[in-house]
Structure formats: C-alpha cells, structure tokens
Design a protein around this ligand. Structure first.
Ligand code: SF4
Ligand code: SF4
Ligand code: SF4
Length: 264
C-alpha cells in the first residue's frame, strides 16, 4: 500500500472546508468543557492552506498546498536525529520526542510546507501527530486515523462535499487514485525537484502547467533557529549583565559621591 492524494482544481470551489477541518482535527486542542481552542492566528499553522501560484503561461491560480509526502524526501535526509521519518506505507512523519527543533527540515523542503507554532495555547493535544509547540509541523495524511492494515480517510478528504480531494492507494490498480495518476490526468507539482511527491493535482480545464510553487514563507528554519538561540543564549544574558553592571556602577558612583560630600 502506498497512500497518495489528488486535489482536483476543477472540482475545488475554494470553500476552505478542508482548511478548517484540518485545524479542528490536528491543530485545535480540547478544553475541559469539550470546546476547541486554537492558536491566536490559526491559519498561519494550518497544514493545508491556499496559495497563489503562477503558471508557466504567466497566469495566477490558487491551489491548496500541504506536505506532498515525497518518496525522495529531502526533509528526512536533512534531519540529524531521525525525528523526520517515513512510515512503512511511505507517509512522511515526525517523531516529536526525537526532534531537537534545529529547523534543517524546514529549509530542506523545496515546497516550504513545514511551519512551526511559536506560541502556547490552552487545551489538550488531540492525538500524537497533532501540532506541538516549536516542532516543524506539516500534513501527516492524518496518519493517526490509520486503524489496522487498510487505508484510512483523512479529515480534509472526508469533509470535502465536492469530491475535490481523493485519497487512495497508488499501488492498487483497482484504486481510482492509481488509475488517475497512471492516466497522466493528475500531475505532481515541480517534478523537476526530483522528490517524487505523492500529492498530485488535476489542473483546471484548459490546462496549465503546474507551477511555480510556492513562494517561500518567512524563514522558520535554521537561520530562524540560530537567531532564536543567539537571542536566548547571548543577547538576553548580555542585556541582563549590562543592566546589572549599570546598576552596580551607578550604586558605586552614588556611594563615592556621598563619601566626597561627607569629607567636604
Ligand atoms: Fe518533506 Fe517537504 Fe516533501 Fe513534505 S513536501 S515530504 S516536508 S520535502
Ligand atoms: Fe529533525 Fe527537523 Fe526536528 Fe531538526 S527540526 S531534529 S531536522 S525534525
Ligand atoms: Fe490536514 Fe489530514 Fe488533510 Fe493533511 S490529510 S491536510 S493533516 S486533514
């Protein structure tokens, strides 16, 4: 079994139901009263999100982007601890207990689909692959829904009323996903990256080549990590030491001045 997803851009009406459902399933936390809590800017952390891309013909299109579960995943090769790994079915996952938050995976991903939550928010994590603070998060194909040997249905696929998202087995000749991909109707974005994605798009009718995909988001990777560490380990302690030094020097100065006054 090799799970794969197809997003049909003709059927997609851009209703965002998949974005919201992914947040409910993977980003939100449950409060004691059963209600859902979300980060302050939840859409920054959604695992599937709309992005505007430019076709080779020059026109702009909107697609929904998420991790493509590459068969040749640079993020996994870049990870120094084995925290980013591939499941037996080929789903690219993250073991947060091994992650040192170095951000190398974020920079290694040519599709810029990893992001990390930098704020605490209330509630209980709903499952082991849910979003965690500081961990480079991404789509897991809702792996936590796997139950037994068979294929499962991701939340975004389940919620889509327009059947714009298909999830299936790329290795099963009877599976619709297999048939559509083999027919060439669905194509992976930026095949030239050589990462062999397992997320495919059916381009809009009239066709356009996919895609200059996507624009890099604000750096959250290694540069970000180094700067955060620098701030924590050097800048902050130096600031505290400078402030303490100023207080000590100020106090010495006041004592000396008082001494001078008394002598006079
Ligand atoms: Fe890794 Fe990016 Fe490929 Fe997902 S799309 S498997 S994060 S390289
Ligand atoms: Fe691996 Fe990414 Fe965690 Fe670094 S930040 S340990 S590369 S998963
Ligand atoms: Fe989110 Fe699951 Fe859909 Fe991935 S497969 S975008 S984790 S709902």
């Amino acid at each position: 079994m090799k799970p794969a997803m197809i997003i049909d851009l003709d059927k997609c009406v851009g209703c965002y139901a998949c974005v919201v459902e992914c947040m409910v399933e993977n980003i939100g936390r449950r409060l004691e009263d059963g209600t859902l809590s979300l980060p302050e800017r939840p859409t920054d952390y959604s695992r599937t999100r709309p992005a505007t891309v430019t076709s080779y013909a020059g026109d702009e299109k909107r697609v929904f982007i998420q991790c493509l579960h590459c068969d040749n995943p640079p993020c996994v090769y870049a990870c120094p601890t084995g925290a980013s790994y591939v499941s037996p079915e080929g789903v690219v996952l993250l073991d947060s207990s091994k992650c040192i938050r170095c951000g190398l995976c974020i920079d290694a991903c040519p599709y810029s689909v990893r992001t990390r939550l930098m704020e605490e928010f209330a509630g209980t994590i709903q499952h082991e692959h849910a979003l965690k603070i500081g961990i480079p998060d991404k789509c897991t194909f809702c792996y936590h829904r796997k139950n037994g040997e068979g294929l499962w249905t991701p939340a975004c696929v389940e919620v889509c009323s327009f059947d714009a998202r298909l999830f299936g087995d790329l290795e099963d000749p009877k599976d619709e996903v297999h048939r559509i991909v083999m027919s060439g109707l669905a194509v992976p974005p930026r095949d030239d990256f050589g990462t062999k994605p397992k997320l495919f798009y059916i381009p809009r009718k009239g066709g356009y080549e996919l895609v200059r995909y996507p624009v890099r988001r604000e750096n959250q990777g290694i540069t970000f990590t180094l700067w955060s560490n620098l701030k924590e380990m050097v800048v902050k302690p130096l600031t505290v030491m400078a402030m303490l030094g100023a207080v000590v020097l100020g106090t010495i100065h006041i004592i000396r001045e008082r001494g001078k006054v008394k002598k006079e």
